[in-house]
Ligand binder design. Structure first.
Ligand code: BES
Ligand code: MN
Ligand code: ZN
Length: 494
């Protein structure tokens, strides 16, 4: 599928499916559209009248065109009020059109949409992202080749009135290759995506885009005293892998950053086994933080910013066996802090503890971790918003801005020190879980114990990494959440 930015006006364009955007209460045809409409015998005006189209964001009427050259379909897209118009409206609008085109087997699509903020580059990038992400289909595990057929449509998408935006489109495609890698890692089952598979994926990224890779094996982790991480891996037959992938720019880096992703390739809960109805069958997605980390690495390797980035994943499986961690065991993390395990299902924070200590030793300017850490965060924020915890206001601001541009929602949550009471242990430095209430906050407070002085933010992405409903450019299943936000953050929102 080819996306191209063309200077062509709507009335001069030829292709078989045309999507035209309108703001709310602004559905008059401009002169160029009026000319096209006249040639089509007034079908656009008729569609507006018949469907009482007002340009509201939920409205997407379309009509078939008979016998008028190649054009077979016109879709009107409601964009909602001009005031609240956002880059994500462009992604969503582009997704609607290409998905309709795909279902209707249209090969050549044209998109006529207004610019966001008069910024042609950002608009072209957002449109291309919406198209790429909407059309991504995952047929890896289907035996029927017929299932792939709709993948042939459309073949070309033209962004009209956006000449010379080839670079923005290429950037979008590089970013989306990262998002798609993330989606595929998260969607693949735990018998495919193992800790070793994550390490091999990191190796492929390193080879392809010139990053450096260091993988610490169990013994290496033992030597570094990573008792918390290794405790989680105890019961699995699969070896843990501590993955450290580094992107270094050519010259002196403007900043040094670390991104850490939770990489629990399956979370059974351990001996505090997840009971039926607790979502155990979805726990292949408990490596979504690491999926986003590797997806971001793949994109950064292509975008080549002047920032050094360390991508870190402490990958393991949380299983049961005679080797399993017992509830009550005490583990010592690599910074010397001891943890009484009062729940083996709070394993993510154990893997992250050693990863945070490792990241801080690299001397980076800031650390962001991403984790499907708590069900409590989903209870608090639902499945479209990730929680963000950080003691540093400027880092919160950077991440919020990055998320506003990506359309991936974050909400800052409190690091309420008083709640650390709930993690106090009589026998060790702390327990790994506190009371049920405020569960996502105590999880963040636990992680904070493993940060000394580096600016740090924790993103609990348990909700938005997966969707059961198709939503615009998100298809059912893994969403690839956080990759585009991370890229914006690293690139400095430029
Ligand atoms: N991976 C889960 C969190 C999770 C739950 C992610 C649902 C996505 C959907 C995590 O390891 C976990 O089990 N957390 C426990 C913590 C509890 C034992 C304190 C939880 O949220 O129930
Ligand atoms: Mn768990
Ligand atoms: Zn987990």
């Amino acid at each position: 599928m080819k996306i191209q930015a063309l200077d062509t006006s709507v009335s001069n364009w030829s292709g078989d499916c045309l999507g035209i955007g309108f703001f709310e209460d602004a559905v008059d045809l401009d002169p160029d559209l009026a000319e096209l409409d006249q040639r089509l015998g007034g079908v656009c005006q008729e569609l507006i009248r018949e469907t009482e189209f007002k340009g509201k964001s939920s409205e997407q009427p379309w009509t078939r065109i008979a016998g008028q050259g190649t054009l077979r379909k016109v879709i009107l897209l409601g964009l909602g009020p001009k005031d609240g118009f956002h880059l994500d409206n462009l992604r969503q609008a582009a997704a609607t059109v290409v998905k309709t085109a795909q279902k209707q087997k249209a090969t050549h699509v044209g998109l006529q949409l207004p610019l966001w903020n008069e910024d042609a580059t950002a608009s072209a990038q957002a449109l291309a992202e919406g198209i790429e992400l909407a059309l991504h289909q995952d047929n890896r595990f289907k035996s029927d080749p017929e299932a792939q057929k709709s993948g042939d449509y459309p073949q070309t998408v033209d962004l009209l009135g956006l000449a010379n935006q080839g670079a923005a489109i290429e950037k979008a495609q590089q970013i989306c290759s990262g998002v798609i890698l993330t989606r595929e890692l998260v969607a693949a089952p735990a018998n495919v995506v193992t800790p070793s598979f994550l390490a091999e994926t990191a190796a492929q990224i390193a080879t392809e885009y010139g990053l450096t890779l260091e993988v610490l094996e169990r013994e290496d982790c033992e030597a570094q005293g990573m008792g918390a991480f290794l405790g989680v891996a105890l019961a699995s037959d699969l070896p843990p892998k501590f993955i450290h992938l580094t992107y270094k720019p050519k010259g002196t880096p403007r900043r040094k950053l670390a991104i850490i992703g939770k990489g629990v390739t399956f979370d059974s809960g351990g001996l505090n086994l997840k009971v039926s109805g607790s979502g155990i069958e979805t726990m292949k997605m408990d490596m979504a933080g690491s999926g986003a980390t590797l997806g971001a690495a793949k994109a950064i390797g292509q975008l080549k910013p002047d920032v050094e980035v360390h991508f870190i994943v402490a990958a393991a499986e949380n299983m049961i066996s005679g080797h399993a961690l017992h509830p009550g065991d005490i583990l010592t993390a690599s910074n010397g802090k001891t943890i009484e395990i009062n729940n083996t299902d709070a394993e993510g924070r154990l893997t992250l503890a050693d990863a945070l200590v490792f990241a801080e030793k690299l001397g980076v300017d800031a650390i962001v971790d991403l984790a499907t850490l708590t069900g409590a965060c989903i209870v608090a924020l639902g499945d479209e918003i990730a929680g963000m915890w950080t003691p540093v206001d400027s880092l919160a601001e950077e991440l919020s801005q990055a998320s506003q541009r990506s359309g991936e929602k974050l909400w800052r949550m409190p690091l309420e020190e008083k709640y650390f009471e709930g993690l106090k242990s009589t026998i060790a430095d702390m327990k790994n879980t506190g009371p049920r209430s405020g569960g996502s906050i105590t999880a963040a407070l636990f992680l904070q114990q493993y940060i000394d002085k580096t600016p740090w933010a924790h993103l609990d992405v348990a909700g938005p990494v997966w969707t059961e409903k198709e939503k615009g450019y998100l298809n059912v299943g893994a969403t690839g959440f956080a990759v585009r936000t991370l890229i914006n953050w690293v690139m400095g929102n430029d």
